[in-house]
Design a protein around this ligand. Structure first.
Ligand code: UDX
Length: 435
C-alpha cells in the first residue's frame, strides 16, 4: 500500500513518519522546498522528542520519501492523506480551508487509479462533501472515496500518541469499500488495543471538534474551580482527585493552570461555535469556555501585579514561555496575553525557555539558564511544566524575599514554609497541613 501525506506540518510529518516506521512506503509532500531538502538531511522543522531519529531511520531504509513533486506523489499513491494547515481565518473564528481545497484540486487532476483520499487536517463538518464535489468534477466516483480520519496527537507526546492511541476514527460514506483497507492499514495499532471506530464522514469530522472542545471545557471547568478554591481555602488538586476518580468524569485533563493554549484548542473551539452558527445551533457552553479561558489570562496578569504590589520597575522572570512542555510552539501561548499587561505597568520582564529564544518575544530579554532567572528577579513565574523546572535549586537563590508564582503547581506550598521564599500557586492554600 503506497501512502502519500500532503503537508509536512505537525500532523502530516508525525503521521507520515510513523506510518513509514510501521513498514509502509510513505511519501511526504510539501511546497516548501527548503523544508523538504532539510527533511532529507534529517533536519526537522518542529520540536518533537524522538522524531528526528525516526526520520533518519526510515529515510535511510528507503520507505520514507520527501518531495515537492505533488503530482507524481499523488499518481503513485493508493492512499492520500490531506494534512495541510487549517488555521483560523481572517474573521478570527472560522477555519480557513483554502489549503484543503487547493490540494483537492491538485488531487483531482492526478487520479489515475482508485484512491482513498483522507482528510487528516481538522476540518469543519461537511468539508469532506466539498472535497468530494471538487473531485467529482473531473473524475468518476468509482475512482475515489473521500474519508475523514481525525488526528488526536498531542505535541510533545506525538510518537506515543500515534503508536498507542485510545481510538482510531474512520468516517466513510462507503464503508464496504474503504473500511477493510483502512482496518488493514491501522492493524498494527489496533492490535495493541486501540479501538477502531467506524462512522459516517460527517460524524468523524465532528468527533474531532467535539473531543477538543470537551477537553478545553474540562480544563476551563477545573480552572474556575481553582479560582473558587483560592477564595474558600480549598485545594484544587484534592478536588481533581475527588471528582476524577469517578469513572464517569475521568482523571485526565483536570490540571488547573494558566488557561489552555496551543495550536488546537483555541482554534477548534472558535471554529466549533462558527459551525454551530452556520447550522443555527447555539454552542453556548463552548462560547462560555472561550470567554472564560480568555479572561483567565487577564486575571493571571492581575494576580502577578498584585503579588508585586508596586509593579513599576520590578523584575519578573518567566520559566518557560510555550503553551505547554516538550514543544517549541508559541501559537496561542498564554504568556503572549500576560506580557503586554505587565509591560504596560512598567514590569521588567525576562524569560528562559528550554527551546531557546523566541522571535515572538522581541521586547523581552532571553536568559540562557534557570539559575540567572532565579537569582535576578523579584518574582519568578513557572509558566510551563518542563521537567527541568521540577527540581529547581532554590537553595542557590541569594536574593532574600524572592517570590515564586508556580502556575503549574509543580511544588507543594509547604516546601516553602521555612524558606525565605514567598510561594504562590494555583487553587491551593499556602499553609495546608496534610497527613
Ligand atoms: C490537543 C489535543 O490534546 C490533541 O488530542 C489534539 O490532536 C490537538 O490538541 P495539544 O494542543 O498538543 O493537543 O496539547 P494538550 O496536551 O492537549 O494541551 C492543550 C493545552 O491545555 C495546553 O496549554 C496545556 O497546558 C493545557 N492543559 C492540558 C491544562 O491546562 N490542563 C490539563 O489538565 C491538560
Amino acid at each position: 500500500m503506497k501512502i502519500c501525506f500532503i503537508g509536512t506540518g505537525y500532523v502530516g510529518l508525525v503521521s507520515g513518519v510513523l506510518f513509514s516506521d510501521l513498514g509502509n512506503s510513505v511519501t511526504c509532500v510539501d511546497n516548501n522546498h527548503e523544508k523538504i531538502e532539510n527533511l532529507k538531511k534529517g533536519i526537522i522543522p518542529i520540536f518533537e522528542p524522538g522524531l528526528d531519529e525516526l526520520v533518519i531511520k526510515n529515510y535511510n531504509a528507503k520507505r520514507l520519501f520527501f518531495t515537492t513533486d505533488i503530482n507524481n506523489a499523488i499518481k503513485n499513491s493508493d492512499i492520500i492523506f490531506i494534512a495541510v494547515g487549517t488555521p483560523t481565518a481572517k474573521d478570527g473564528v472560522s477555519a480557513d480551508l483554502k489549503n484543503v481545497y487547493a490540494v483537492a484540486q491538485t488531487i483531482s487532476k492526478n487520479i489515475n487509479k482508485f484512491k482513498i483520499i483522507i482528510t487528516k487536517s481538522t476540518v469543519p463538518v461537511c468539508t469532506g462533501d466539498e472535497v468530494e464535489k471538487i473531485l467529482r468534477k473531473k473524475n468518476s466516483s468509482s475512482k475515489f472515496e473521500v474519508v475523514s480520519n481525525p488526528e488526536f496527537l498531542r505535541e510533545g507526546e506525538a510518537i506515543r500518541d500515534f503508536r498507542y492511541p485510545d481510538r482510531v476514527v474512520i468516517g466513510s460514506n462507503n464503508p464496504k469499500k474503504t473500511i477493510p483497507i483502512l482496518k488493514k492499514l491501522y492493524e498494527p495499532i489496533t492490535k495493541k488495543g486501540a479501538k477502531f471506530i467506524s462512522t459516517s464522514r460527517r460524524s468523524a469530522e465532528l468527533i474531532k471538534y467535539a473531543a477538543n472542545a470537551f477537553l478545553a471545557t474540562k480544563i476551563t471547568f477545573i480552572n474556575e474551580i481553582a479560582n473558587l478554591c483560592e477564595q474558600v481555602g480549598s485545594n484544587v488538586e484534592d478536588i481533581a482527585i475527588g471528582i476524577g476518580t469517578d469513572a464517569r468524569i475521568g482523571s485526565r485533563f483536570l490540571r488547573a493552570g494558566p488557561a489552555y493554549g496551543g495550536s488546537c484548542f483555541p482554534k477548534d473551539t472558535k471554529a466549533l461555535t462558527k459551525i454551530g452558527k452556520k447550522f443555527k445551533t447555539h454552542m453556548s457552553v463552548v462560547e462560555t469556555v472561550i470567554k472564560s479561558n480568555e479572561k483567565r489570562k487577564n486575571n493571571l496578569a492581575d494576580k502577578i501585579l498584585n503579588i508585586l504590589k508596586n509593579p513599576k520597575g520590578k523584575k519578573v522572570g518567566f520559566l518557560g514561555v510555550t503553551f505547554k512542555a516538550n514543544t517549541d510552539d508559541m501559537r496561542d501561548t498564554q504568556c503572549l496575553k500576560i506580557f503586554p499587561k505587565l509591560l504596560k505597568k512598567g514590569v521588567k520582564l525576562s524569560y528562559y525557555d528550554p527551546t531557546g529564544e523566541k522571535k515572538e518575544l522581541k521586547k523581552i530579554r532571553f536568559i540562557k539558564n534557570t539559575k540567572e532567572i532565579l537569582n535576578n528577579n523579584d518574582l519568578v513565574v513557572i509558566h510551563t511544566e518542563w521537567d527541568e523546572f521540577r527540581s529547581l535549586d532554590f537553595k542557590s537563590i541569594k536574593n532574600k524575599g524572592v517570590k515564586i508564582f508556580d502556575m503549574r503547581n509543580l511544588y507543594q506550598p509547604n516546601e516553602f514554609l521555612n524558606k525565605n521564599i514567598k510561594y504562590y500557586s494555583i487553587g491551593r492554600p499556602t499553609n495546608e497541613k496534610k497527613a
